[in-house]
Ligand binder design. Structure first.
Ligand code: 5AD
Ligand code: SF4
Length: 558
């Protein structure tokens, strides 16, 4: 058992948040403790993201600070996890020789071993005289090829499952909301995107394992599960092909992109679990999960079967995150997205028709190489035509080892990118306002997440009581905030101290992912409502959120 203290900071996407939770669980089980203060840690780990340049720059500057501390004599162990370790490991070690270990996203199960290696290497004189290659190898960098093999092994599955099956981890990774990975990696090779390189080939987990993980989480009090994958609607598991000893099903490589279009899958006679089947199974077999959500969807091959399951299942959230990226067919083609904008519109029409109150979010890239005023106008048109609740808008940045960086010049000037970005933000604000306004006067279910930022200073421990005690929450800076484990303890009912508590504003999300504020009833510990689903009547709406009040008969957390 180790008694060392770790500081872990997460950058980027939800996949990374989940990876960090799993890393923490794995290390805690081995006796490592976690701190929120990097200055007090024996080990500093950055879980990095390579999708956009900005996230990389931020992580590099943090690495720079710790490197400097090490040059000044600190003995802290510095580790880089995630996509930057995978993509840029060699170069990083060259620039920051103070980095002790690197661990790509598909080999996180090796982290304890790598940490152990660092400690041993420090004791060895030989390690002080290593070449760059040797240091890179020692720090743990492996190739994409070995990663594909690692994906076929199922050690990573064990990491995913560790949280669900190790009761010791339960208290820490508890909370009411959890991520469950259904696929890893991506095979789409959109020309701008680094993910196929950093996260490797697309691998699908067996459905029994996914359902079991959900069941275990539900048993431990989780009421919201978000299924994670780069293109979740392409989930498809063919039974009877990938078996381990004893006939247990293991993760398998996903079908080709083409198969979804032609309907000709490799093993046409094999029984398969599609994404629609998977949703249906989790919904029916794990009713304790009151909210089942999933991200991210690919706007291709999103069948009516999935939409019908969503529409027919009260506990599946009518929420779709389906990035369009651009409204221009010419850009979509250069991006290798594999669909036309007409197909995107057709999908949205179907979703709106088949799923009542469907809530749609997306991503857009502005300033992709060659984007003309006309191309951009088509994107403005897209934002005006689809009732997006929000769009994440990104300025294109060329990423290393992508098709776009080698084939196309990054020829849209930064001022133009910025201007287009601002125009889209303004258009999206109007659209978001209209989408939110439709909810005024209606009653919605809100999963209460936290005391609103506005009132946190009025509630002792409010930040601690916020969303998922023990799990990682991110500030806008990407800094990890970790809620102390005690957060859930004082919650609830009649045992709570009683109060002349003024009413405090709480915030949460509707099933369609709309942020909603409401006041806690006076006299009740507001934190006792965190982690429950409450009925809220909406009085007001804005660009970013709804405002309402609790209807009578609210429930407290048991
Ligand atoms: N430049 C800008 N945005 C990008 N994204 C992915 N790669 C890039 C890039 N090179 C955006 C896409 C994707 C989201 C996760 O990040 O919109 O959907
Ligand atoms: Fe990247 Fe495209 Fe895969 Fe999404 S679908 S992760 S944008 S390659």
């Amino acid at each position: 058992m180790s008694n060392r203290t770790v500081y872990l900071e997460t950058f980027g996407c939800q996949m990374n948040e989940l990876d960090s939770e799993l890393v923490q669980g794995q290390l805690e089980a081995l006796g490592y403790r976690f701190t929120e203060d990097d200055a007090r840690a024996d080990i500093v780990l950055y879980n990095t993201c390579s999708v956009r340049e900005q996230a990389e720059n931020k992580a590099m500057s943090r690495v720079g600070v710790i490197s400097q501390r090490k040059r000044e004599g600190s003995a802290v162990i510095l580790g880089v996890l995630g996509c930057m370790a995978e993509r840029d490991g060699r170069d990083m070690i060259r620039r920051h020789p103070q980095i002790d270990l690197m661990c790509g996203p598909s080999e996180l199960d090796r982290l304890p071993m790598l940490l152990d290696n660092v400690s041993r290497a420090r004791l060895s004189e030989h390690a002080q005289r290593l070449s760059l290659d040797e240091r890179v190898a020692l720090a743990g960098k492996r190739s994409r090829r070995s990663k594909a093999l690692a994906a076929a092994e199922d050690s990573l599955e064990i990491l995913d499952l560790s949280r669900a099956f190790n009761p010791d981890l339960d208290a820490k990774s508890g909370g009411r909301s959890a991520y469950v990975r259904i696929t890893r990696g991506c095979n789409k090779f959109c020309t701008y995107c680094v993910v196929p390189n950093t996260r490797g080939a697309e691998v699908h987990r067996p459905p029994d394992e996914i359902v079991e993980e959900c069941r275990q989480l539900a048993e431990r009090g989780v009421i919201e599960v978000t299924l994670l994958g780069q293109t979740v609607n392409h989930y498809r598991y063919t039974h009877g092909t990938a078996l381990a000893e004893g006939g247990r099903e293991v993760a398998q490589v996903g079908p080709s992109l083409n198969a979804f279009r032609t309907g000709r899958f490799e093993n046409p006679n094999g029984r398969a679990t599609t994404f629609a089947d998977l949703l249906q199974r989790i919904h029916d077999e794990v009713p304790g999960i009151q909210r089942l959500r999933f991200v991210t969807s690919y706007p291709r091959d999103f069948g009516d079967d999935i939409l019908e399951v969503i529409a027919g299942s009260p506990r599946i959230c009518p929420y779709l995150h389906v990035p369009a990226q651009s409204g221009s067919n010419r850009m979509l083609k250069l991006m290798n997205r594999g669909y036309t904008i007409e197909e995107y519109y057709e999908f949205i029409d179907r979703a709106v028709r088949l799923v009542p109150d469907v809530s749609i979010a997306g991503d857009i890239i502005v300033g992709f190489p060659g984007e003309s005023d006309n191309d951009f106008a088509a994107t403005v048109e897209l934002l005006r035509s689809v009732p997006f609740k929000n769009n994440f808008i990104f300025k294109y940045s060329p990423r290393p080892d992508t098709a776009a960086i080698t084939r196309f010049e990054d020829d849209v000037p930064d001022e133009v990118k910025r201007e287009r970005n601002n125009i889209l933000l303004a258009v999206q604000a109007e659209v978001s306002e209209a989408v939110h306004a439709r909810w005024v006067g209606r009653k919605v279910d809100v999963l209460v997440e936290q005391v609103s930022k506005r009132d946190q200073h009025r509630v002792p421990n409010a930040a601690a009581a916020s969303p998922h005690p023990g799990s990682v929450a991110l500030t806008t800076e990407g800094r990890a905030l970790r809620a102390p484990e005690s957060a859930t303890k004082e919650l609830s009912g009649d045992a709570s101290p009683s109060f002349a508590m003024p009413s405090i504003q709480l915030s949460g999300r509707t099933a369609g992912d709309l942020i909603t504020f409401f006041d806690s009833p006076a006299g009740i510990d507001p934190t006792s409502l965190i982690g429950t689903i409450q009925k809220v009547r909406i009085h007001e709406s804005g660009v970013l959120s709804l405002n309402g009040s609790l209807t009578r008969g609210h429930e407290r957390r048991s």
